[in-house]
Design a protein around this ligand. Structure first.
Ligand code: UDP
Length: 324
């Protein structure tokens, strides 16, 4: 089976590509390398450098490659940036996504796995979050992902497309030499670890006045390996029915708890400052992953400490990130 992976040079896309190749799938990666890294693409996958904004190029790739399925990772992912520049989010995550859906429609690619996010829920009334809870995004990033979910629903109703939407909670860790290298880096775990390696970078806690036990935001962290495994299960399960699953470990950790785990794993006392809240952040996000556990038999195997250990090893080996 051949799988087209958009954004396969990025953090999660590269790990999924690796798992797909290891499982015997033929993989074609499409990435514009704006945020991805050439050396993150497993050599046995084919890399096509193209932009999803270029509908003609996308059509050519899909027509020539005739993939059996698409895994769509390419997109913008920063809440704060989306508050400042919503246009970027609706262009990349929605308009470019429509190009991809149209190419799939034209060339009859009927299986689609989509990287969505817990941000589609907005500020939840209760946690853990289940898939049936209303989508009510609190920022343009979440809104752009929700709109693409709705587009998938509409394209599916109109034709043969079958999709699996996977709503990621907070992904961390590294796998098989593939780690997190966003530029700029905004995510909690790499930020803490980079502040250890680069004494010039002081780690900041964004807000300690949230309505949580220690005042810092609570998130549900999931290891990138566990997350990637779920994509392979979803691909195998995609039949007549469309699927929507949360992907989290069902445990909430505060920023301070993650920080304390980082100190334990690195064996260092890490400096930090308290900074104002970051616009767009919601106080608590914790998944119920019961649906994917019961329907696909998926279970997270790795803990927060594993995520920090693997990320720490990767950052020590790549203090400046990927070479390209
Ligand atoms: N965070 C922080 N300092 C940082 C980066 C993140 O305090 O340098 C906090 C952020 O406010 C949020 C949590 O860590 O509450 C997780 O943020 P991240 O950007 O990793 O993921 P998000 O939940 O926004 O997708």
């Amino acid at each position: 089976m051949k799988v087209l992976v958009t954004g396969g040079a990025g953090y999660i896309g590269s790990v999924c590509t690796r798992l797909l190749v290891d499982a015997g799938y033929e993989v074609v990666v499409i990435d514009n390398l704006a945020h991805g890294h050439r050396s993150a693409v497993t050599p046995s996958a084919r890399l096509v450098i193209a932009d999803l904004g270029d509908a003609a190029a996308l059509d050519r790739v899909i027509m020539q490659e005739k993939p059996d399925a698409v895994m769509h990772f390419a997109g913008r992912i920063e809440v704060e940036e989306s508050m400042r520049q919503p246009d970027l989010y609706f262009y990349t995550n929605v308009a470019c996504g429509i190009n991809l859906l149209n190419s799939c429609l034209r060339y009859r690619v009927n299986r689609f796995i989509f990287s969505s996010t817990a941000a589609v829920y907005g500020v939840p009334e209760t946690v853990p979050l289940t898939e049936e809870m209303p989508r009510n995004p609190a920022n343009p990033y979440g809104a752009s992902k929700m709109i693409f979910e709705q587009l998938l629903e509409a394209y599916s109703r109109a034709g043969n497309l079958r999709y699996c939407t996977l709503r990621y909670f907070n992904v961390a860790g590294a796998y098989a030499g593939l780690g997190e290298d966003h530029r700029p880096e905004t995510h909690l775990i790499p930020r803490i670890l980079r502040s250890v390696l680069n004494p010039g970078e002081t780690f900041r806690i964004y807000g300690e006045d949230y309505p949580t036990p220690d005042g810092t935001c609570i998130r549900d962290y999931i290891h990138v390996y566990d997350l990637a495994r779920a994509h392979l299960l979803a691909l195998q399960a995609l039949g007549e029915r469309n699927l929507v699953y949360n992907l989290g470990s069902e445990r909430g950790y505060s920023v301070r708890e993650v920080f304390a785990t980082a100190e334990k794993v690195t064996g260092r006392e890490i400096k930090y400052e308290i900074a104002p809240r970051r616009p767009g952040d919601v106080p608590v996000l914790v998944a119920s992953a019961r649906k994917i556990r019961t329907e696909l038999g998926w279970q997270p195997q790795l803990t927060l400490e594993d995520m920090l250990r693997d990320a720490w090893e990767w950052h020590q080996k790549h203090p400046r990130g990927y070479p390209d």
